[in-house]
Design a protein around this ligand. Sequence first.
Ligand code: SAM
Length: 287
Amino acid sequence: MTVSEVANSSAGTLYVVATPIGNLEDISARALRVLREVALIAAEDTRHSARLMAHFGIGTPLAACHEHNERDQGGRFLDLLRDGKDVALISDAGTPLISDPGFHLVRAARAAGIRVVPVPGACALVAALSAAGLPSDRFIFEGFLPAKNAARRARLEALREESRTLIFYEAPHRVLECLADLGDIFGAQRPALLARELTKTFETLKGLPLGELHAWVAADTNQQRGECVLVVGGWEAPAGDDAVDGEVLRILDLLLGELPVKRAAALAAQITGMRKNLLYQLALERK
Ligand code: SAM
């Protein structure tokens, strides 16, 4: 326990409360109790959350805590907490801080020695992964890719040899171009899943290789609407003697940045002990 934690033992608790991502039955009994009992609910959008509270008959006052005022208004919530009052933090949907506001408030509260307690529940990335049928022992969450084409492609290039399952959030109007870039850079055969409108009436989970998934979404404009998560299988090294891991590719790419293809492949073969022909083919593909 730090000095500030001892000093603030009479302070209130900041509860980080997950709310539904569509289906209102997904809120937990504990979340409802906490939201009823706290002195104030810090909400991303008070009008949006007022409807949720009305649905559950919760009369706790709401105050705005969104990305534009989180840093300035955070002080107000901290003052209340220091005064011994409990505060709940919620976002519009799902788990706060996950591609949502709250990080600055949680960090400030912890720095002030205030107890921060998660009240877990719905989270779109976990829901999508749990039903994707793609390896779930290790995964990375990339949140939203950059909206601009060049920046998005650069980010995907950097992730091409990522071996863990990848999870992206995407806006509906960009899902098609995102799938096109994913197929282009990761390869059309890479397994993937589109999880759309999770927990809602038109929930759709479609698992296909990236190329086919793009064609399927392109052929049906309904699939280009609503909220969606993309889950993409990680990069797999070719099996056997020709297995190329990320380190080999890193060396090859470094050399390719400085040397002609043939020379780069020959040097990479000397450094890594891999077949020169294989590295030459790889070098041609990557140049
Ligand atoms: N905090 C939320 C969570 O815990 O998942 C995420 C908030 S982020 C601003 C919103 C994005 O989450 C959407 O653009 C979409 O990618 C994803 N998302 C949220 N609800 C979803 C749903 N019901 N179905 C599919 N994706 C959803």
